[in-house]
Every structure is written in structure tokens, then in C-alpha cells.
Design a protein around this ligand. Structure first.
Ligand code: ADP
Ligand code: ADP
Ligand code: MG
Length: 472
């Protein structure tokens, strides 16, 4: 087993990896930027190293990170999500330095990081994909011809895209031409690759994704699915497990398809195969994410499998310890992304000092947090402050418990998604399980809420008093 893991990430996911390592008795080294020297994960790691220059460069500088790992005697690197987690050259650099990259091999990363190639692989092995162009589109004429043949609306996608970026819906020839132009520009700037392809736009689908674990012997299991249909601008806000709409037969079939894809890609690590499920119950592969995902927590809560520890075991060469028939899904789980964003102002990011913090607790409540009272939220990173994951025996119980937990949650000083999440937990369609990816656009009433709530003020005052007392 590894002796020391360098965690090449920050915030809640760095904390998540550090927790897994602690339980496995593996030492951890964190990296941080100057603006984040007081972050929780920096304090909780066994060692911490300043990387730079500036707030971002250090997390993206493969040579610096691998050099550091060698210098401090780390035998593995956990990339978390985002940053370098899907970069084949980074995995290759690790390999050359004799350091284990906790993720798939470079050629698998390169394959899956290219949505066009991943689609081709799915097609080759008989997994349905969204009707789309055969490979990248090379000219506007080619794009127009395709769209006229399948009909609008369509979605223009960046081959190298991710994180909900590089996606554009077009409903006419004019919109298509505009989407191609701005899409290519954005893709070049964001991913260093302007290649685009086009898919038919599926109306009101569910986003259903399967969590996989695959070991180095080629053994693959799935841990069931998540429904991540509650999205804003193609970015997930709330994730649930299991789906409320999959039948056991469909679950088995889609799970098999996901496993077949992982095998065909020679994949090992924890990974996710994403599908769209349309209103007629047909499913289509959209992409595979070869890394840990933000929403892995809901699967952990209903399967009791530690996915991050599994990643580490797998990277260390240990075969999976259980088979598909031993995976059972117990109850329901809901994850709310507590972001430093203001939903009432177009989800504008909010940074600054946290003036009060008290996380909820009680039965079925899990917090994966990265902040505390007096921590200053830097403006440079994505807005995720904490993840609230709640489990219950039934869907209704889980929704009610999530609402209760959000009500308890005190987080002051920055605007957060907490009140908006509470509105969703109160909303009849959500409570009845009637939602798809159009949910937020079709429920404008969710944005009507008041900010200041008195019971929270009382709890905040109490928590400050307790903190002051403990500090004596
Ligand atoms: P997904 O939406 O694919 O499920 P997650 O919700 O797990 O991904 O988010 C992973 C994080 O990594 C997010 O912060 C997302 O913005 C970021 N991310 C993922 N892929 C990319 C990419 N290709 N470029 C930039 N950021 C990315
Ligand atoms: P990313 O790599 O940014 O996560 P995805 O291809 O996974 O991009 O798509 C993100 C989201 O965009 C999906 O969850 C879905 O809501 C929407 N989406 C993607 N492709 C389509 C499509 N063909 N039709 C309708 N919605 C789509
Ligand atoms: Mg995706």
C-alpha cells in the first residue's frame, strides 16, 4: 500500500481524500495557494506545500506537482476532480516519475476525454448514443446539412468539453451558425481544442449516470445510478440516488452497458458513465468521466461503499473485494451543492469572509465541507463550499430530512444556495419526483424567497457563543 499520497486538489474534495487516507493509515501532502493558506484541508493534511504562482497556476502545473511529489517521497498522486484529473499528459508524467496516478492509464484518459472518440467506442460495442454527427464537424455547411436532416433543436458540443461548458442549443439555421462560431471560440479558449460535434437535442430528459469501480484485472462492477437532472445551465445542483424512474430491468440493462464501455476502454479506477433517458424510456450514452465526481456521496450513502478508498485500493493493484450481486441499494440519498452563489442574481458567485457557520446534524446527515467561521472564500475557484448529503428509507423521508437539514444550516457572510435548495424541497413537483433537466427553467417560483430568517440568527448567535466559550 502507498505510504504517502499527494493530494493535487483543494477544498472539499481534498478533504474527502485526506479522510480516506487517514482511515487507511496513509500520510497526506496537500498543496495550496497563498489565498488559501488557512483552508481546512491544509490544516488536516500531514504536510502542506505552497504552490504558485498565483491562485490557479500551482494546481495546473503538472511538472511542479510531480517534482514536488518526488522531492517529498510521495508514492501516489490523487487528482480529485477538475484541475489535472483528466489530463493524459499529467498521468504520463507521473508514470515516468515512478509515481502512481490514482486514475486510469494515459491512453484511456485521452480516449475518454474526447467525447467524439468515446461516442465512437460506444457505437462500436452497441451502446446507444444520441443521434449525432459521425465525428467532428469541419464546416458550417456540413453542420447545416446534418441539422436539416435530423431536424432542430440540436446541441453543439465541444469534443474536449466538460463541467457544463462548451454546450450550446440551436433551434434554427441562424442559431446553429452562431453556436458554431462562439462554440469554437470558447472551446479553443477553455480546452485548447476548437473541435465541435453535434447531437440531436433530447427534450426534457433525465440525466442518469452509473457509478463504476474497475480494477486492474479488468473486473468491473456498478454501484447503481444517480439522477442528476436538477441542473442549471447543464451544471448539476442536486443529485439523487437511486433514480425514481428506472425500472429494475432498465437499471440492469444500463448498468451492463456502462460496464461494457469501461471494459472496452480498458478502464480502471472509479468512473461514471453518463446517459440521457428520454420521455419514452430510451437511453443514450453521452460521456464517461474517468475520475471521482462531486456527487459520489449519494452512492456511498445508499451502498455503504467508500468510493475514494476503493480508488486508492485499485490504484495500489488490489482486486475488487466484492461482486455485482453483493451490491445492494438501501433507501434514498439527496445531495445539495451548497455553493457561494446568489440564485436570485443569476447565481452570481459570492466571495468573502464567513461570519457564522454551524452545519446540520442528526440521523442520516452527512457534510463534506471545506469552510468554517472566519474562513475567507477566495474568488478564484468554483463556488462549492460544502455538500449536504442526506439519506432516508423512503423518498418522502429523505426530502423532509433534507429540508430539515437545510433549515438547520447556518452559513453567513456570503450568499449561498441554501434558501433556494429549501424552496426546491418544498416544491410539489420535486416532492412527487416529477422532474427532468428542464425543471429549473419551468419553476420560476423557486426564486421567490426571503433572505434573513430569525431562527437562523438565534442559532448563529448560539454557535458564536459556544465558539467563544470553547476558545477560552
Ligand atoms: P460532471 O458535471 O462532469 O459530473 P462534476 O460535477 O463531478 O462533473 O464536477 C467536476 C468539477 O470539475 C467541476 O468543478 C467542473 O467544473 C470541473 N470540470 C470537469 N471537467 C472539466 C473540464 N474539462 N474543464 C474544466 N473543468 C472541468
Ligand atoms: P459535460 O461534459 O459538460 O458534463 P455532458 O455531455 O455530460 O457535458 O452534458 C451535460 C448536460 O447537458 C447533460 O446532463 C444534459 O442536461 C445536457 N445535455 C447534453 N447533451 C444533451 C443532448 N443531446 N440533449 C439534451 N440535453 C443534453
Ligand atoms: Mg457530463
Amino acid at each position: 500500500m502507498f505510504r504517502k499520497i499527494l493530494v493535487a486538489n483543494r477544498g472539499e474534495i481534498a478533504m474527502r481524500v485526506i479522510r480516506a487516507c487517514r482511515e487507511l493509515n496513509i500520510a497526506t501532502a496537500a498543496i495550496y495557494a497563498e489565498c488559501d493558506a488557512t483552508a481546512i484541508y491544509v490544516k488536516k493534511a500531514n504536510e502542506a506545500y505552497l504552490v504558485g504562482p498565483g491562485p490557479l497556476q500551482g494546481f495546473l502545473d503538472a511538472e511542479q506537482i510531480v517534482g514536488l511529489a518526488k522531492r517529498i517521497g510521495a508514492d501516489a498522486i490523487h487528482p480529485g476532480y477538475g484541475f489535472l484529473s483528466e489530463q493524459a499528459p499529467f498521468a504520463e508524467l507521473c508514470q515516468q516519475a515512478g509515481i502512481t496516478f490514482i486514475g486510469p492509464f494515459p491512453h484511456t484518459l485521452a480516449l475518454l476525454g474526447d467525447k467524439v472518440k468515446a461516442r465512437e467506442l460506444a457505437k462500436k460495442i452497441g451502446v446507444p448514443v444520441v443521434p449525432g454527427t459521425d465525428g467532428p464537424v469541419r464546416s458550417v455547411e456540413e453542420a447545416l446539412a446534418f441539422c436539416r436532416s435530423v431536424g432542430y433543436p440540436v446541441m453543439v458540443k465541444a469534443s474536449a468539453g466538460g463541467g457544463g461548458r462548451g454546450l450550446r442549443v440551436a433551434r434554427s439555421d441562424e442559431e446553429l451558425v452562431a453556436a458554431m462560431e462562439s462554440g469554437a471560440r470558447e472551446a479553443q479558449a477553455a480546452f485548447g481544442n476548437a473541435e465541435l460535434f453535434i447531437e440531436k437535442f433530447i427534450e426534457r430528459p433525465h440525466h442518469i449516470e452509473f457509478q463504476l469501480l474497475a480494477d486492474l484485472d479488468g473486473y468491473v462492477v456498478h454501484l447503481g445510478e444517480r439522477d442528476c437532472s436538477i441542473q442549471r445551465r447543464h451544471q448539476k445542483l442536486i443529485e439523487i440516488a437511486p433514480s425514481l424512474v428506472l425500472t429494475p430491468r432498465l437499471r440492469a440493462e444500463m448498468g451492463e452497458a456502462a460496464i461494457a464501455l469501461a471494459r472496452a476502454a480498458h478502464f480502471h479506477n472509479a468512473g461514471t458513465v453518463e446517459f440521457l433517458l428520454d420521455q419514452d424510456g430510451r437511453y443514450y450514452f453521452i460521456e464517461m468521466n474517468p475520475r471521482i465526481q462531486v456527487e459520489h456521496t449519494v452512492t456511498e450513502q445508499i451502498t455503504a461503499v467508500d468510493i475514494v478508498q476503493s480508488q486508492i485500493w485499485i490504484a495500489a493493484g488490489r482486486p475488487l473485494m466484492f461482486g455485482q450481486h453483493e451490491v445492494s441499494l438501501q433507501g434514498y440519498a439527496i445531495q445539495c451543492r451548497i455553493n457561494a452563489e446568489d440564485p436570485q442574481n443569476g447565481f452570481r458567485p459570492s466571495s468573502g469572509k464567513i461570519t457564522a457557520y454551524l452545519s446540520p446534524g442528526g440521523i442520516g446527515v452527512r457534510i463534506d465541507g471545506a469552510v468554517y467561521k472566519d474562513y475567507t472564500v477566495p474568488p478564484y475557484y468554483d463556488a462549492l463550499l460544502a455538500k449536504l448529503t442526506v439519506r432516508g428509507r423512503t423518498w418522502n423521508e429523505t426530502v423532509r430530512r433534507t429540508h430539515r437539514s437545510l433549515e438547520e444550516f447556518v452559513l453567513r457572510g456570503v450568499k449561498t444556495t441554501i434558501p433556494f435548495m429549501m424552496k426546491i424541497m418544498e416544491e410539489p413537483d420535486f416532492r412527487a419526483g416529477r422532474f427532468d433537466t428542464s425543471y429549473l427553467d419551468t419553476h420560476p417560483e423557486l426564486y421567490n424567497y426571503e433572505h434573513v430568517r430569525e431562527p437562523e440568527d438565534l442559532v448563529a448567535a448560539l454557535s458564536a457563543a459556544i465558539a467563544a466559550y470553547e476558545g477560552l
